[in-house]
Ligand binder design. Structure first.
Ligand code: ADP
Ligand code: TRP
Length: 331
């Protein structure tokens, strides 16, 4: 029997998750959980690069765990854990950092984007890709399903694995294949820019009632009058409808746009109904889980233990070749 590939991906708990996160990342994670030996984690060390409020980080972490479980991540099929439960990750990140040229980080596109969007330019943010490389390499991951925006970080991880192996002349780390999920184009936010927590333009997965309605109704559209024909392909509302509706429904709505007499308000109501239906079961499951936090903690505890054991197997030989003194054993 061939060995199952190790699949790994993470998501930062730095805010409420939105439908861009769902279609761009989470849906693929959930779909792939049975395809290999899958590891999914909450990148909470990464969240510290932009969030320094302990209570808020705890709250977002809890939210993301509940979101994933409610949306169908099954801890019996994959290892689901918090990054902070695997301290070997930061240990490896330090060692990798000592082999990383500053010039490599200076080429980081995500860093420049984040600063341009007002994030505080701290060293954690600057060296974010090194920590991400450690996340990937510490489990000998084969595949890393992520969106197009993460491509550079995966290349950096491959590069750093090679640097460590060459520095100590041993195959200490496995070089992961690239794996970029291309199935979904960038999901637009209510203002037409990329939907992102940083732009306050999101529709959150578990928004409901009035607040969901308010978000959907405030999606920006052009000023074509109700009776005029409209182009669905240039409309944010239609881009979102396409994510939720089956092909027949998409076709019907597109025809209504083109025929005229169908306003953006109608389209928004259509979208609202679609979102409500799409996440209805997950919403119920999330409420049940919220009342069973012991179970949720058990999931993370078990996942953390499994992830730590795997990480330790990879870390121990690295400690040994680097010549770092140690007078105790882990676990
Ligand atoms: P945000 O921009 O809201 O801070 P993140 O950068 O934390 O989101 O992204 C988490 C994951 O969700 C990434 O894999 C990213 O590719 C995906 N993602 C985020 N926003 C979108 C979007 N608007 N469209 C598609 N995928 C997205
Ligand atoms: N940088 C990723 C994001 O913003 C999150 C992340 C952290 C990640 N470590 C990772 C993704 C390791 C894949 C593998 O979405």
């Amino acid at each position: 029997m061939t060995k199952k590939k190790t699949i790994l991906s993470g998501i930062q708990p730095s805010g409420k998750l939105h439908i861009g996160n769902y279609f761009g990342a989470m849906r693929q994670h959930i779909a792939m959980q049975e395809e290999g030996d899958s590891f999914y984690f909450l990148a909470n060390y990464h969240s510290l690069t932009s969030l320094n409020d302990g209570q808020l980080l705890e709250e977002y972490t809890k939210d993301v765990v509940l979101d994933y479980l409610a949306l169908g991540l099954d801890p019996n099929k994959c290892t689901f854990f918090a990054q902070s439960d695997v301290p070997q990750t930061t240990e490896l990140a330090w060692i990798l950092g000592c082999l990383t040229p500053v010039s490599l980080m200076e080429k980081g596109v995500a860093y420049k984007d984040k600063i341009a969007n007002g994030l505080n330019p701290n060293i954690g943010l600057f060296t974010y890709p090194i920590l991400q490389a450690a996340d990937i390499l510490i489990y000998h991951s084969d595949l890393v399903p992520v969106g197009e925006d993460q491509k550079q970080n995966i290349e950096i991880a491959r590069d750093l694995a090679g640097k460590l192996n060459r520095a100590y002349d041993e195959e200490l780390l496995k070089i992961p294949e690239e794996y970029i999920v291309k199935s979904v184009a960038t999901v637009p936010g209510i203002d037409g820019r990329k939907m992102s927590k940083s732009y306050d333009n999101t529709i959150n997965i578990f928004d409901e009632g009035k607040s969901l309605k308010k978000r959907v109704m405030s999606i920006e559209t052009d000023s074509t009058a109700l009776e005029e024909p409209k182009n669905p392909d240039s409309c944010n509302v239609f881009s979102l409808i396409k994510l939720f509706a089956d092909e027949n429904r998409q076709h019907e709505v597109a025809q209504k746009y083109r025929a005229g007499g169908y306003g953006y308000g109608h389209a928004k109501k259509e979208l609202l109904g679609l979102i409500q239906d799409y996440f209805a079961d997950a919403r119920d499951r999330r409420k049940e889980l919220e009342n069973d936090m012991d179970y949720v903690h058990d999931v993370l505890r078990e996942g953390g233990k499994k992830a730590r054991e795997r990480a330790e197997e990879v870390m121990e030989p690295i400690r040994s070749v680097t010549g770092l003194f140690r007078s105790f054993n882990y676990e």
